[in-house]
Design a protein. Structure first.
Length: 204
């Protein structure tokens, strides 16, 4: 999604990603982007104003480098809707330096492996996070997202409106973790349950 648009999405926690991926393919989903590693940096000012007001300023590196702004979210018909402005940039490190030069600082680093598919007018992504597996569905309307979730046998009542960053906060609080980066290396020997994240499985 490049440019100025409205992001409408919802997440689900998965217990069996391989089975869910088979379900996606059997339902007719078309691979949009193969599994890819992503590194994200979230920025804030010295007072934490962006986080306090529900805004996001993110720099992402995968097969591209993108700079994204997200406005404060609003729940519509059970899914999160927010303004999103995204632009492709040429250099991850230089863009980071630019943001730091104008007063922003990195407040969180997180990484994931993501696979993206097209399904039923929606984009469905499979995310392997350091603390578990998730499905994220983004579509043109709340109804289209709910229909896609139902076709994929996901329990709508378990949908997640929290960000990965907020789930990390829940997890740190629940397990008494002291590290600040949401990385695979930090979670290598940490066992995380859905309860630790404040979520419930959607695929059982």
């Amino acid at each position: 999604m490049i440019g100025d648009s409205q992001e409408i999405e919802v997440k689900f926690y998965l217990t069996d990603p391989e089975r869910f991926n088979r379900r996606l393919i059997e339902a007719g989903a078309i691979l949009k982007r193969p599994r890819c590693h992503e590194t994200d940096l979230r920025f804030d000012d010295a007072t934490g104003n962006l986080r306090a007001t529900g805004q996001v300023l993110r720099l992402r590196k995968d097969n591209l480098v993108t700079l994204t702004y997200k406005g404060a979210g609003e729940v519509m018909a059970g899914v999160l809707s927010r303004r999103e402005i995204e632009v492709t940039v040429s250099d991850f490190d230089i863009t980071r330096e630019l943001l730091e030069a104008v007063g922003y600082r990195t407040c969180l680093m997180y990484e994931k492996y993501r696979t993206a598919l097209d399904f039923n007018q929606c984009e469905v992504v499979l995310d392997e996070m350091p603390y578990g597996w998730f499905c994220e569905i983004e579509g043109p309307s709340p109804l289209s997202i709910k229909q896609a979730a139902e076709l994929l046998a996901l329990r709508w009542e378990t949908r997640i409106q929290d960000s990965y960053a907020l789930m990390f906060v829940h997890c740190r609080d629940a397990l008494g973790l002291t590290f600040s980066d949401l990385s695979f290396s930090n979670f290598r020997e940490v066992a995380v349950t859905p309860r630790d994240l404040g979520v419930s499985p959607a695929d059982i």
